[in-house]
Ligand binder design. Structure first.
Ligand code: SF4
Ligand code: SF4
Length: 114
């Protein structure tokens, strides 16, 4: 069939109901400062890994909250746990601990092999 010059894009909706948000809940419980993050991006701007790669801690926080866990697992590996991001966060979020807890949550979860 002849192709025309337009097509319908694939849907990009995020389904909060069907996404697995257990990793986010695990972190909220143990590091309540995670709730204070306003996704300003200050941490990403100073991140050691972010200066050399496309890694963004801000994006990682958003993905965790959305329950997009496959992407989270991939991104988590890039953090070096240097702790620079903690120093600049205007909301006093313990960013380093969030990464540590996310890794821990994946290790404990039977649903994910890390
Ligand atoms: S600097 Fe703090 S408030 Fe801003 S995105 Fe990073 S963790 Fe969230
Ligand atoms: S602890 Fe991780 S996210 Fe924070 S500045 Fe270091 S590499 Fe970046």
């Amino acid at each position: 069939m002849e192709k025309f010059g337009f097509f319908i894009s694939k849907g990009r909706q995020i389904n909060y109901d069907s996404n697995d948000r257990s990793i986010a809940e695990y972190i909220y419980e143990r590091e309540p400062s995670f709730r204070r993050c306003i996704e300003c991006g200050g941490c990403s701007a100073t991140c050691t890994t972010g200066s050399m790669t496309k890694f963004s801690l801000r994006e990682l926080h958003i993905l965790i909250k959305r329950g997009e866990n496959d992407k989270v697992m991939e991104s988590l590996k890039k953090c070096m746990l240097c702790g620079k991001c903690i120093l600049v966060c205007p909301r006093g979020v313990n960013t380093r601990n969030i990464v540590v807890l996310a890794k821990q949550a994946f290790q404990k979860s039977a649903a994910y092999a890390i």
